[in-house]
Design a protein around this ligand. Structure first.
Ligand code: ADE
Length: 212
């Protein structure tokens, strides 16, 4: 799978993905993530990517011509699923993460300021929000999507079993986990987990998962 991120802050994306599971997935060649500087598609030599809104009002609006040029350059045949991060988009949940993890090519377009010129919608396939609140840009939402979906790519997690029982699978929460010390400030570990009785442990864990 390849993920291209279009942003004014490519270092934010690269830095955040240089750790833990996303870093491992990239090293193993299971996902190829590239962060592109939107400014490199600016049409003037000052690298202008935004301008004041028609009709007046506060803030700056990101230019459609710059974003369109970037999209065309990295995906000229429009094979990729193009997503723009936006607080008014489809709300991200585990179902949407799964759907996106099946795509071969994804593009994540990150806005800043007051967002993009509305005409950008002609060139994207979907708007996605990570929640009902407003962030200062699309970079953190893009990272949330990348993190959530890379861990679903087969081979990324060391143990695929760990996906099976996790929270949101079958609309059930994960079961509670315990490790050493066996006793902590008067709190003990459920007896059954110390029993070595695998069938009983499985039964107990199943009983602990709750509808969400
Ligand atoms: N950009 C600003 N806020 C956002 C949000 N909640 N989700 C996606 N993109 C955003």
């Amino acid at each position: 799978m390849t993920i291209d991120v279009l942003t004014l802050f490519p270092e934010m994306i690269e830095q955040a993905l240089s750790h833990s599971i996303p870093a491992r997935a990239q090293k193993a060649g299971l996902v190829d993530i590239r962060a592109h500087q939107l400014r490199s598609w600016a049409i003037d030599r000052h690298g202008t990517v935004d301008d004041t809104p028609y009709g007046g009002g506060p803030g700056m609006v990101m230019r459609v011509d710059v974003a369109h040029a970037a999209l065309s350059a990295i995906d000229h045949t429009h094979r990729a699923h193009r997503i723009m991060l936006s607080p008014d988009g489809d709300q991200l949940d585990q179902g949407l993460v799964k759907e996106l993890s099946q795509k071969k090519k994804l593009i994540l377009l990150c806005g800043r300021y007051e967002g993009f010129d509305a005409r950008i919608e002609k060139y994207i396939d979907q708007k996605v929000s990570i929640g009902p609140y407003v962030l200062s840009g699309g970079e953190l939402p893009a990272l949330v999507i990348i993190d959530a979906l890379t861990r679903l790519i087969p081979g990324v997690l060391g143990n695929q079993e760990s996906l099976k029982d996790e929270t949101f699978e079958d609309n059930l929460s994960d079961y509670p986990q315990f490790t050493r010390p066996e006793k902590y400030r008067g709190m003990t570990v459920p007896e059954v987990l110390l029993s070595g009785h695998h069938a009983e442990i499985t039964k107990w864990r199943r009983s602990q998962r709750q509808e969400i």
